[in-house]
Design a protein around this ligand. Sequence first.
Ligand code: 9D3
Length: 254
Amino acid sequence: MSTPDCSPQLRLGVVSLFPEMFSAIAHWGVTGRAFESGLCQLHLQNPREEASDRHGSVDDRPYGGGPGMVMQAPILATALAKARVAVGGNPKVVAMSPQGVQLDVNLAQSLAREGQLIVVAGRYEGIDERFMARHVDLEVSVGDYVVSGGELPAMILIDALIRWLPGALGHEASATQDSFSEGLLDCPHYTRPEVYEGLAVPPVLLSGHHSEITGWRRAQALRRTLDRRPDLLKIDGLSDADRALLNKWGLLPQ
Ligand code: 9D3
């Protein structure tokens, strides 16, 4: 790919026992383009390099007993120090954790403005709490379900924030993201054929009336948000204009 024509918007460090997993975002699509163009720089730091015993251990048994193993603070701290050197500046340190604040569009957007950022992805039962206390600014979760480690959550965070780096998206996609960040679900989409298994494309989309199409799409987005995500939008919170749009398209049941 081409060389950067400006300094990176984001210098990103990742501390992970499985750095190879991050190839999932490093080479494809919007995120791959951001890394390959130099808009975002990625430094991968494997704490396995800091293991000192002959087995290469990075974890140990939990004090107090119980199942699983805990990642050791001194090993993570040395890996983090190396990632800090690579990233430079004064990066915010985020640890992926089921106990963290839940990722949302506002958090992704604010982390995209950091300039330098280090993301720590854990494995095993968890990370020694003293590493969190001394080195971690923020713990972030991706939702109330269990996955096997911090790497996939870290990639979700990184993907979501790269989309907010100026220049990461084309103009069209930026506009799409704007409507999303308004807090509405997306409208339905259609492409050829015009009829599929007896289901026709809504006629307004074939009409060529651009303002009608825009209004229909917003009405659909409002209706779907009210139906599927009432937590995002309350019927009483609708503006008169939005209520009129829903009414016009027969989407305001009485
Ligand atoms: C099933 C084990 N759990 C305790 C009974 C604790 C546990 C430890 C390690 C649960 C998950 C993990 C690994 N997950 C993450 O590191 C993680 C995560 C997640 O599992 N869900 C949502 N967000 C995140 S961010 C990091």
